[in-house]
Design a binder for this molecule. Sequence first.
Ligand code: IGP
Length: 269
Amino acid sequence: MSSTSILDRIVATKRDEVKAASGRLAEYRDMTRQVPAPRGFAAALTHPSHVRLLAEVKRRSPSAGDIRPGADPAAIARDYAAGGAAALSVLTDRDYFGGGMDALHAVRAAVDLPLIRKDFVIHPVQVWEARAAGADAVLLIVRILDPSQLAELHALIRETGMDALVEAHTEAELEVALAAGATLVGVNNRDLDTFATDLELSIRLAPRLPESVTYVAESGIRTAADVDRLGAAGVNAILVGESLMRQPDVRAAAAALVERSRAPGMRPA
Ligand SMILES: O=P(O)(O)OC[C@@H](O)[C@@H](O)c1c[nH]c2ccccc12
């Protein structure tokens, strides 16, 4: 029996979205002249001895269902900023994650932190659309791109002045990310085909990362003890969505992780 994975379905949806939007590429490119230059996203996630929090606005996911239905992205973003997040991730996929470009625009207007457009990016129009909305970085997922697409999109993101967060889920994908020249790399602890999450993955792969690369551990991060383990492994930043979005007091929850991530000796010298 063959089954279509959720990731395949999401990418099929993206192909439709991109087809509908591709005629607006020039319009988005023109709009980028009116928006402020990108803020340093990777720089905000890099500190010699602290772990930095990249906090995600995430209302829903295919694995968890509703996480915080009806959440106001701008209000969540302000709470994350007040809690000490270094940068924010905004899911712009509508059908599977309950996000949207409207959420990215709203968050851009609400906070000054660097922002990443979190989506399943497969086409240049999505990069220009992100920059036109004031994004400072764009996610690229190795698993859904062939090497020439990855190279093309990576180069385009850098040309716009944004940073690319290149996401891997296996050692082989990590090698592809590094070979593409990525200087900001994420290891997603969640398998996008099965949704199984294993925090150990980003710890196991940490030694593969050169010192010059900013390393982000992604998904399934909940507790101060998780931050300790990831910090000891040398990660620069943690990408956290669901566990923060589920808290009644989002600001306090973010602040608790941030406090831990600044503890002395958090990252090995
Ligand atoms: O909600 P979590 O488990 O804290 O995970 C956040 C983030 O890592 C996750 O949303 C994510 C990482 N890579 C992605 C790619 C597409 C969609 C979502 C993701």
